[in-house]
Design a protein around this ligand. Sequence first.
Ligand code: SF4
Ligand code: SF4
Length: 196
Amino acid sequence: MPPIPGSGLAKGLAVTLRTMTKRTVTAQYPDVQPELPPRTRGVIGLFEENCTVCMLCARECPDWCIYIDSHKETVPPAAPGGRERSRNVLDRFAIDFALCMYCGICIEVCPFDALFWSPEFEYAETDIHELTHERDKLREWMWTVPEPPALDPAAEEPKEIAAARKTADKLQAQEAQTQAAQEAQPTRTAEQEGQE
Ligand code: SF4
Ligand code: SF4
């Protein structure tokens, strides 16, 4: 059967009409920033105070794109008669995002919570070498990491927070003790002077 004249035009108009009535899904980036889920894998932030230079992340990274340099330092004993300890000091921590495949293994394996996902993604470069982010840049990303979701009201306090609170209370008590001792010192001196 020969095609009805004008049927192609009618079909085309029907498609146009159907599309016109649908909700638009086009993202107007970069004029409008996308609303990304908090667990978006954008870039990796380093909280280097937590890093013990255990090298696990670098060893487990399938792309070998984490570069860590460190040296050893001897720490004097905490108490007289104690033993000296040696600890690793971080010299370099860098991630090459030109190689990274955003698998998240490094974050998963870090036993000391030193690596985190940030949803930031606007770090395209024209020079590939610039995609190797050194420790300062990785630290800057850290401040863009979203807060973890709130705990269930009936949940147990996390061990890390309980331990941190215990240490803070201990430090506060020590400070109060030192302050009290300092305040008591001039009083004793004045009394001693009076006796003399
Ligand atoms: S996300 Fe994966 S590929 Fe990227 S640095 Fe971490 S372990 Fe390596
Ligand atoms: S696994 Fe964690 S603690 Fe160990 S070197 Fe990597 S970031 Fe540092």
